[in-house]
Design a protein around this ligand. Structure first.
Ligand SMILES: [Zn+2]
Length: 159
């Protein structure tokens, strides 16, 4: 077995274990185009993303699978919240627009973002969206659905 192949396997195993830090976890991604996947997840032009579109798309599928529910995907946009005085907020879901905003915290005020926090924020907001689309808006608003705990509690700030 070649060294390169062994390394690929090692990285794959690593990625299966939660909490595993892959070397390039502070890599940033951006897109100047609108990207749409087969579930309707739409990424508007965004910058300063710690996750790429494939990871966003996969997280949406994982969240639907975890919940045992489906919904046409939301729009996702990474943007600064500082304009609205919401600098300390990780993410926000706007049900009417079916849009998730992820705070890029461009002034580096409070958030210590990484690939992990971007995914945790996305999973949590995906649950808001999927519940909303399945007529469980009340549960989504009040965080009373058990799916939040099971499939996306939000940012885990223990480390
Ligand atoms: Zn929430």
């Amino acid at each position: 077995m070649s060294q390169k192949f062994k390394k690929i396997i090692a990285i794959s195993i690593c990625a299966l274990l939660s909490g595993c830090d892959v070397d390039n976890s502070d890599k940033r991604y951006s897109t100047d185009q609108v990207l749409i996947d087969e579930h309707g997840v739409t990424l508007t032009p965004s910058k300063a993303m710690y996750v790429d579109f494939d990871s966003i798309s996969k997280a949406y599928i994982d969240t639907m699978t975890c919940m045992g529910m489906t919904a046409i995907g939301p729009t996702v946009e990474f943007r600064s919240f500082s304009f609205a005085g919401l600098g300390a907020t990780w993410a926000f879901y706007a049900p009417v627009e079916s849009t998730i905003w992820i705070n890029i915290d461009e002034d580096d005020l409070v958030l210590s973002r990484s690939a992990r926090t971007d995914l945790e924020a996305l999973e949590h907001e995906f649950i808001h969206h999927i519940l909303h689309k399945n007529d469980a808006a009340e549960e989504a608003r009040e965080h009373s659905s058990p799916f939040f705990g099971k499939c996306g509690p939000g940012i885990n700030t223990y480390n």
